[in-house]
Design a protein around this ligand. Structure first.
Ligand code: HEC
Length: 125
């Protein structure tokens, strides 16, 4: 489609703007008053208020919950942990190590035990 036929078929202000970008010559359709429609009425603004649901993506409060919030929520929600079956402490430790080795989580060595203990407290057996 060349630009001449595009102008012929373009009826909206959006299309006229595109023509203005596409053509080197001044787009006559933009300045032609016959092709423009005056705004019908000033927009009416209405104040609305919505209640967003609480997210539930953070870890349950408790000692070292902040560690889990910082180290684990980078990649996925707490639900990824809370929906798992209850694990032993050894299994949770292996899970934390796996997050580092398999997925590149940046949990420092010095935090592995604290996070493991926390995970075992909230979902352990
Ligand atoms: C760098 C990204 C990243 C970080 C940080 C991370 N995870 Fe994960 N995690 C993943 C990915 C990717 C999966 C796999 C998702 C899938 O299988 O759909 C996953 C899955 C899981 C699973 C599901 C079981 C499994 O092994 O796949 C658990 C439990 C889990 N993560 C716990 C944690 C905990 C606890 C932390 C914080 C100590 C953490 N993750 C931090 C990336 C991460």
């Amino acid at each position: 489609m060349n630009s001449a036929s595009f102008i012929r078929y373009a009826g909206t202000a959006v299309a006229a703007t595109m023509i203005g970008v596409a053509c080197t010559a001044p787009p006559t359709s933009v300045t032609d008053p016959g092709r423009r429609t005056a705004p019908s009425a000033a927009p009416t603004w209405v104040k609305v208020s919505v209640d967003l649901p609480t997210s539930g993506v953070e870890f349950p409060a408790g000692q070292d919950a902040d560690l889990a919030n910082v180290q684990c929520l980078i990649c996925h929600s707490a639900g990824m942990v809370l929906r798992q079956p209850a694990l032993t402490k050894e299994q949770w430790r292996a899970e934390v190590i796996k997050m580092r080795s398999a997925f590149g989580a940046l949990i420092p060595d010095g935090q592995v035990e604290a996070v493991t203990d926390y995970l075992h407290r909230i979902n352990g057996r």
